[in-house]
Design a protein around this ligand. Structure first.
Ligand code: HEC
Length: 91
């Protein structure tokens, strides 16, 4: 009987942990979703050098630079895509 109670308790605990994880990541991605490409560009792309002007490179070049700088800035794919499309649109 005691073992069963323990199992139920554990199951509930794991379920709670899972819900907490999902909820947490939702909050994080909502924070990113709320930010525009321009905002992310300003926040992430002037840490190591001046913010590059959108007109400096062609849309194709921005795509490559985005992939290159993603590894430097340690940003997510979503953040990179937003920054790159901002830079491409303003090109
Ligand atoms: C951690 C530091 C760091 C961050 C953050 C960073 N960069 Fe860079 N960036 C570099 C370095 C270093 C170079 C020089 C080229 C190289 O060695 O990769 C560079 C070069 C560049 C260049 C010049 C490329 C060329 O061919 O002339 C552009 C444009 C650029 N970064 C854009 C960005 C954008 C856009 C972001 C934001 C997503 C960004 N960088 C974030 C370090 C960084």
């Amino acid at each position: 009987m005691k073992a069963i109670t323990n199992k139920i308790f554990l199951t509930i605990l794991v379920a709670f942990a899972a819900v907490a994880c999902v909820f947490d990541s939702c909050v994080a991605s909502k924070a990113v979703a709320a930010k525009s490409g321009a905002q992310l560009w300003g926040e992430n792309c002037q840490r190591c050098h001046n913010t590059p002007s959108p007109s400096t490179f062609s849309p194709d070049q921005w795509k490559t630079i985005g992939m290159h700088m993603q590894t430097r800035a340690l940003i997510t794919d979503v953040e990179r895509d937003k920054i790159v499309s901002f830079l491409q649109q303003r090109n």
